[in-house]
Design a protein around this ligand. Sequence first.
Ligand SMILES: [Fe+2]
Length: 206
Amino acid sequence: MEEINLFSTKIYKTHIDKNLYNHEELINTIEENYSIDSVRSDISDFETNSHNYYNDWNNPKFKKINLEEIEKIYGQKTHEFIDTLDIVIGNWKAFIVNVHASMPGQGIKPHGHLPAFYSSVHYLKLDDDHDKIIFHSPLTINQFASSIYDMSKIKNNLNATNFFSGWEFEIKEGDMIFFPSYLMHEVAGESKSNSLRISVASNIHI
Ligand SMILES: [Fe+2]
C-alpha cells in the first residue's frame, strides 16, 4: 500500500573517520580539562551536571580547545546534509555550540536547540556501555503513550516510533547525527563505562 509519511521526524546519520582530524589532541585536551573540574556547567539554557564548553570557551581555568580541523569537516558534512534535505532555499550557517564530556551519573536533562533549524551531534568518544542520546517524541499525545496504548501489542521497531514517548537508536563512536532542533533529547547519565563520553553539538541556522 502507498505510504504517506506525514509530519515525520527525519534524523540523518553519517560517520567521520578520526584519522581526518586531530582526534587524539582533542581527546587529550578534553580529558585534561575534565580532570581540572569534572563539572563545567554554569548554564541557564539547559540543565546539566556534566563538563560543558557551552558559552565558556575562553574560561582561563581550562586549556583552549583546537576545533579548527573538525570545524572544516563539519562544514563539509553539513553541506552534504543540507543538499540531501533539498528543502533549504538560500544561505545557512552552522557553528559548534557545545562540547560535552561526562562520566557515569553525569548527563543533560531534556532540552531542544530552537531557534536553530537543525542540529547535529558528533561522538568523539563513545563506548558500547555509554549512554545513547534519548529523543523524545514531538507528538504531544505520546507523553502519555504508555497509559493510552497497550504497548505490549505494538512492535518495538523503528516503524512504530509514532506510538512511543521516546526512542534511542544504535550510535557508534565517530557517528554524526543531524536532527530537527525542536526535537527534545537528553543524556540520562546512566553510562556503565568508566571512560569519558565526549560529544560535540552544532546548530544550523537558516
Ligand atoms: Fe542537545
